[in-house]
Structures are given as C-alpha cells and as structure tokens.
Design a protein. Structure first.
Length: 370
C-alpha cells in the first residue's frame, strides 16, 4: 500500500506540475526540472517525494522568494479540482504548499496569505504548522480571523492545521500541553455549515482527548447542553477514542450507561487457528437484563501479540443496538488478517474481547500462524 501511494508522484504528475509552472512563468526550465525530480524520487516515500519536488521548484524558480511564490500561485489559475481533501488527486498541489512551509518562514505575512489561497486547492494543514512553531502570535491571530472566511476550505484549515497530533504532520507539542487555544478556535466552527469543517472539529477533539480528556469532556458537555444545530456529530465523533477506552463520562454524554446489566449468552471464535491473510470470524449473543430499554455501544478489542511477546489491544466498533428488558441480540463479525502497512503480525496466541458500554463481557483466544 505504501508503495502504491508514493507512486502517485510519477512522471505524468511531475510533468503536469512543470507544465502549469511553465504556463505561469515561460522561463521555467521544465525539462531540467523534470529530469532532476525523476532522478531523486525512486527511493522516497509519498511525503518525501512531495518535499523533493518542492526543493526542485526552489532550485529552478527565481531565487527571490516573493517572485517565486507569485509564480506558483499563478500556476493554480484555472485548476478544476479546488478544495480537494478526499482521494489522491489534490496531492499534486502538495509540493507547492511544501514550498511555502519550507522556504517562506522569513516572509510570514506573505506566506500565510499564500496558504490561504492554496488551501482552496489542497489542504495547507501540514505546512501551516511550521508557522505556528516559528510565528505563533501572528499565525494564531491570522487563523482566528479566517474562522469566518467565505470559503469552507479556509475555515477547515483553522481546525485541521491546529490538530495537536495530525497524522503525517508536525506534532504541535504546545497544544498537547495546553489545548485551550485550539478549543477557542474550533468553538466558532463546531456548527459550521460545511460537513468537512465539522468533521475536522471532531477529529481535532479526538486528538485533544488523547492527552487532555478532561478538557474535551468539559467542552463537549457544554456543547451538548447548548444543543446548537450541527454540534451533535462533532460531539459524537470527537469522543470516539474516549468511548473506545471505556471513559464513563464520554459514554454517558452519548447516552450509554456503563451500569446497564448485560449478559453474554454465547461467544465463539470460529476457528482456533488462523494464518495471516485469513479472515477472523466470531459471534456474540447479548441479553439485556435491566428493567428499562438500554442503548448499547458494543466494541471488540483484538489483543495483538507484539515483538516483546506481550499483548497490545486495538479496539474496533461492532454495533450500537437498543435493547428492551429481556431482549437479546446476536452479532457476527469478520476481521481481515491481511498484511497492512500499519501492523506487523507476530505468531502466537491472540485474544478477542467484547466490550459493552466500556465493560468487558466476554473474551476468547485464537492462535495466529505466520
């Protein structure tokens, strides 16, 4: 999968970048640029390739940064994929954003304005982080001013660019230590008209909850009490990691009672042994023994064998049934054991655990063979 991702930056994409830059600046040495880039790309990862293209742009564009930046902005004119955040297409713009993040720190005002325009084509969430680190006050003042920008992608950047633990992005340690500035920014975005902005707010909350759960519980409790339209999704998705951890406060906010009396009637893993590449299968029967209907959050945790021989749990969503007094439900699940880039498999005994409203109700084991 990693190899497939990095191959996005192939000869055709590099040629397309060269063509657009040449259209904005006829003196651009497109052939030299293409040869330079294609010579250095093969061993690099996806993000390394984007940065290598940015470095090549720096080498082949005018060395005056404002002049080079104007050329890159002009090269975006007429682009028909504005605001792309899904899929891979927008990644062709990432080298331009990397150019700003790498070479624009001595021109913060000019560069931030450029990121505002570029983020309409592909999110500037990775590169604005360097300005937060180097020019904190100016960047935060600028971001706060963008929260009512007419373009949804700019408003989304106000949240996504401030996520403390953005995947693939520079970790913002200051916000891990104190998330209050981030919470202040996303306050005005939580009920945004665009779902991509609201989804970013939820992901931001989920990031913050990993280090500051109390702050997220306090914030979402208040949001829920205010009952503003559009906030419910942000609260639900923002609390997802805390729910998986069985945080009783998060469960209660979403209507799940950890004290709900639930009995596991039957739990079985289909086979005792699986090989990497198989599909793990199991089923579980649940009965609600309470006197009132209960909303259940049912998850399953796979306790993976790690390199040290111990077990490390990863929690996955199974179902959210509503059961009346005495009602039962049977849930079935298959889970792929195919190789993935984010997990290394180790042979030995593994465990599957069923969690209902954060409480363990059943578990079983299987042996994984390499």
């Amino acid at each position: 999968m990693a190899d497939a991702l990095k191959e996005f930056y192939n000869a055709a994409v590099v040629a397309g970048i060269a063509q657009r830059v040449s259209a904005a600046h006829p003196a651009f040495p497109a052939d030299h640029f293409r040869k330079h880039v294609m010579a250095v790309l093969p061993p690099l990862s996806l993000m390394q390739r984007a940065r290598a293209i940015a470095d090549a742009l720096r080498q082949h564009l005018p060395q005056d940064y404002p002049a080079a930046l104007e050329i890159l902005l002009n090269s975006l004119a007429g682009d028909d994929h504005t605001g792309g955040i899904d899929g891979m297409g927008g990644f062709r713009h990432l080298p331009l954003l990397n150019f700003v993040g790498a070479y624009g720190l001595d021109h913060p005002g000019l560069s931030l304005n450029a990121l505002r325009e570029m983020t309409k084509h592909f999110s500037a969430e990775f590169d604005i982080r360097y300005f937060i680190e180097r020019h904190y006050d100016l960047t935060m003042t600028t971001v706060r001013g963008w929260t009512d920008d007419p373009h949804w992608a700019v408003r989304r950047l106000c949240s996504e660019g401030l996520r403390p633990r953005l995947p693939w992005g520079l970790r913002l340690k200051r916000f891990i230590a104190d998330p209050r500035p981030v919470l202040e920014v996303i306050e005005s975005l939580r009920a945004d008209a665009h779902d991509s902005v609201r989804r970013s707010v939820a992901n931001n909350l989920n990031d913050i909850a990993k280090d500051n759960p109390d702050a997220v519980i306090t914030t979402t409790r208040r949001w829920q009490a205010e009952d503003r339209d559009g906030t419910a999704d942000a609260v639900r998705h923002g609390l997802r990691s805390l729910v998986k951890k069985g945080d009783r406060r998060a469960l209660a906010l979403l209507g799940f009672d950890h004290r709900a009396p639930v009995t596991a009637l039957d739990f079985a893993i289909a086979k005792a042994r699986y090989r990497v590449g198989d599909r793990l299968s199991f089923h579980i029967g649940l009965r609600h023994d309470g006197k009132k209907p209960a909303k259940l959050s049912v998850d399953y945790a796979i306790h993976w064998r790690n390199a040290r021989g111990g077990l490390q749990a990863k929690v996955f969503k199974l179902a959210k049934p509503m059961l009346g007094p005495g009602e039962t439900v049977t849930l079935e699940k298959t889970h792929s054991l195919k190789p993935i880039t984010t997990r290394r498999y180790y042979a030995g005994e593994h465990k599957v655990e069923i969690l209902v409203n954060g409480q363990s109700v059943a578990e079983g084991t299987f042996r994984l063979l390499l």
